[in-house]
Design a binder for this molecule. Sequence first.
Ligand code: C2E
Ligand code: MG
Ligand code: MG
Ligand code: MG
Length: 284
Amino acid sequence: KAKEAGKDKYVVFDQYLNDIFTERMYIEKQLYLALEQDEFELFYQPQVDLALNKVTGLEALLRWNSPELGYVSPLKFIKVAEDSHLIIPLGAWVLSKACTFLQHLHEQGFEHLTISVNISMLQLLQNDFNELVLNTLESSGLQPHYLELEITESIFVESYGHVSSKLNELRTHNIKIALDDFGTGYSSLSYLTHLPISTLKIDKSFIDSIPAGTNKATLVEQIIMIGKRMNMTVIAEGVERKDQLDFLQEQGCDKIQGYFFSKPKAGKDIEQLLADWEMTGITT
Ligand code: C2E
Ligand code: MG
Ligand code: MG
Ligand code: MG
């Protein structure tokens, strides 16, 4: 019943879609309510290690099912949450939920798994960000080396020095740092040499160009090579097909994340998937 009412409202809302400002105001208002009313959920997507042929980690991805708006993509609402600063409490919720879920999985016998959590620039710029991370680890019981924070290059453009000292401190606690959407930002290479990056995530837009002999596919080879030379783990995101997987494996890419193995799934479903794959091996 609530779903039906939601659908009707969505149609009304749809008439305003051209008016970006109205839409953003509306989403912002609904976002505030959503946090209060517990409308968010975390999904998890497996990261498969190609050498081990095993799931070694999960990326936590935020989902919002609004009774008013229906499913809203994070590509849309994260931006609004950042602009309105709601990302601060929302990001804290994500971190806590993700660490608690991973600790739960460890207790279910999946004790090698890591968790990757997306972090917005605004979160990282908070004075108490590192404290929040360390406190969250402590209260969830998770050891720091199981946590990886995913950041994007846009972070460094804004506030390089401040952010890099924070990241260095987190690294001393053995928390890992991944550079997300790699290749889509600015002058990526210089950051690599100066920052405590443990993992490079090659953006889907590059993976999409595999395996044709395009310049982008050549770039994938180069990124993998650079990452490996710098002792980083290289993950390819958005892998959907076997031929992409084969290409990446041939080039020595360490890990794969993408629909080829699994879409992001709710906690219960991912737990089931992990259990199934433990019995059968990874199936696609
Ligand atoms: P991202 O961190 O780069 O996450 C990867 C996105 O690619 C996810 O989209 C995932 O569902 C999608 N994806 C993975 N494999 C495939 C594939 O094989 N094919 C296709 N077509 N897509 C694939 P999603 O979940 O919609 O998230 C979009 C973006 O929203 C994320 O990109 C991230 O930047 C942001 N985001 C999501 N959750 C959070 C969060 O908790 N905090 C923050 N700050 N940002 C988040
Ligand atoms: Mg990410
Ligand atoms: Mg990405
Ligand atoms: Mg991203």
